[in-house]
Design a protein around this ligand. Sequence first.
Ligand code: MRU
Length: 339
Amino acid sequence: MARSLPPVRALEYRHGTLRVLDQRALPGRVVWLRLRRLADVAQAIRTLTVRGAPAIGVAGAYGMLLAFREGCRDPQRAARTLLATRPTAVDLSVGVEAVRAAWAAGEDPEAAAEAYRHRVVEECHRIGRVGAPLFERRPRVLTHCNAGALATVEWGTALAPLRVAHQQGHRLFVWVDETRPLLQGARLTAWELGREGIAHAVITDNAAGHFMRSGEVDAVIVGADRIARNGDFANKIGTYEKAVVAHENGIPFYVAAPWSTFDAGRADGRRIPVEERDREELAGPRTRRTVPRNSPVRNPAFDVTPARYVRGFVTPDGVIPPGRLPGWLARRAAAQKSG
Ligand code: MRU
């Protein structure tokens, strides 16, 4: 019988303190950090202590709350500090704005931050229930990066349907891309799956095509950091080539995301801001030097995948093919306007 531990939670807020699970230390050590100031939260997001689009949205919401509690009188300035940390995930601005608007309107920022966290967790749970049936007959699933509970607070996006299918008794096998250079797949996704007894194997990023071509992958599911109106989407660097190889091999490719990841104001993926991160993440010396000192590096953290490679967006409200996405987003916007 496989060992099964309770699912993880990426962060929790209590009495003026945001506790975050330090994702840089995993899987070796489980370290909880206590954040009490806006600057601590900004630093935690910048350094990927807390990471994953929906989770940084929630952290941003609590960062605004901590700024309010510190006595900051300028919600706009607090918001700018948080938004300067990472540019690609639209969720960060959604979470920050949810609390900024409540604060500016004289409402309770703590209630707004709690409501935002609750909304994200509840939507991710629904993504799990909506997406689980996709994998009943396609049990060998490949995923890239970490789009689990660590990336969303609870449940995950890409991992939520796999968790729910596993809980329903379906036998799955997950191919976990290691996800260079920071190894979110090898360190974090494998850790989450292992705790819950979900069968998996970690592979190098450049092995994914081999397993797809040899018929050992039935489906691919990933998360996203920003999805444009036409379905082009940004996700962890390397996602694009997985989508192309899946397409080449006739393997359905799904993108799971809560509504906070859909950027309805952006027509397509052409100008999605792609974060470039530090040389040292790729070249060392945190572990051992892997690149000669004089060789330049480029380290984009994300890439943009055209909508034509996506079979469906797994949302809290259904699986939406890219062609139907603009209509869904327009109807949601109209419903929100009318109250
Ligand atoms: O740089 P990271 O680790 O924050 O990148 C995370 C990803 O790319 C995830 O796939 C994405 O945020 C979706 S998380 C549910």
